[in-house]
Write a protein that binds this ligand. Structure first.
Ligand code: ATR
Length: 276
């Protein structure tokens, strides 16, 4: 049976095995999908061993996406541009690196009837998560994209990859009117226990009032700290990133197996906790 896995640190709570096993059941593909924990300095050793023992493909999650991009034999142009790989496929003895996060986000927004084209976007954060989705968002032709980050220089460096459509700001003094606000900071992950209700907020609630707000992070019930904060701020629409997780997984599955699984029923069952 073909072997796949998600490698990360932590990886215990990953939903990827559940998602890929559901895709396999739906498409009739025979595969096994495991969780692979690697020490923070142990990605290369874990990946080497996985492929040496017959592994066919890996998903890569935090904090290894950048390292995975350097580790693969060849990164596809889109993954190389953002310097992050979330999907590795073994083909002809070579490890090929892809990034399906951007397409995953765009497909989830489409499925939820959220338009990108012609709209004004605010991306909060300038780390690997935002770098991974930026190109796909720009390709969808928004009117403007502003990247706001605590460390301005990182936002500026990302914005420089693109033309005048993308600009940069620090978090302080951030102002403007935005149709769609996307949280790509790691605050939702790391500060969940410190700030369970998302009281603190990264930006002024005034900016979220009336806007559509999307969190790249997820929780089964959709109630991430950022989502709760955005609702309280009067956002017109709020979503966590569970749909993006399922869509990026579907894109990875299509790369590995040449079959595009369906996603929305699975997403509903993940939400209600009834998926396999
Ligand atoms: P990832 O690969 O998940 O994006 P990362 O590269 O460490 O992780 O980036 C984390 C992002 O969250 C960064 O934009 C970071 O801001 P800095 O670039 O200034 O470090 C942002 N972030 C993390 N904790 C934050 C906090 N308490 N307030 C504001 N931004 C924060």
């Amino acid at each position: 049976m073909d072997l796949y896995a998600v490698v990360g640190n932590p990886v215990k709570h990953s939903l990827s095995p559940e998602i890929h096993q559901a895709f396999a059941a739906e498409t009739g593909e025979r595969l096994r999908y495991d969780k692979l924990f690697a020490p923070v300095d142990g990605f290369a050793a874990a990946a080497d061993e996985f492929f040496a023992h017959g592994g066919r493909g890996l998903n890569v999650t935090l904090p290894f996406k950048g390292e995975a991009c350097r580790w693969v034999t060849q990164a596809q142009p889109a993954a190389a541009r953002c310097g992050a790989v979330n999907t590795i496929a073994l083909e002809g003895g070579k490890t090929l690196g892809f990034n399906t996060d951007g397409i995953g986000l765009v497909r989830d927004l489409e499925a939820q009837a959220v338009r990108i084209t012609g709209r004004s976007l605010l991306l909060i954060g300038a780390g690997g998560a935002v770098s991974g989705i930026l190109d796909a968002l720009v390709e969808a032709d928004p009117a403007a994209v502003l990247i706001a980050n605590r460390t301005f220089a990182k936002a500026e460096a990302l914005a420089e990859r693109h033309g005048a459509m993308v600009s940069a700001s620090s978090l302080e003094g951030l102002d403007g009117r935005f149709d769609l606000i996307i949280n790509g900071t790691s605050v939702g992950v790391s500060d969940i226990s410190a700030d369970p209700d998302g009281e603190a907020g990264l930006i002024s609630p005034r900016l979220a009032a009336g806007a559509q707000c999307y969190d790249l992070f997820y929780s089964r019930d959709g109630q991430t700290p950022f989502c709760r904060w955005a609702k309280r701020a009067g956002a017109a629409w709020v979503s966590d990133g569970l749909g993006m997780l399922v869509e990026q997984a579907a894109a990875a599955f299509a790369i590995w197996r040449g079959r595009a699984p369906s996603t929305r029923d699975l997403l509903r069952s993940l939400r209600s906790g009834t998926a396999a």
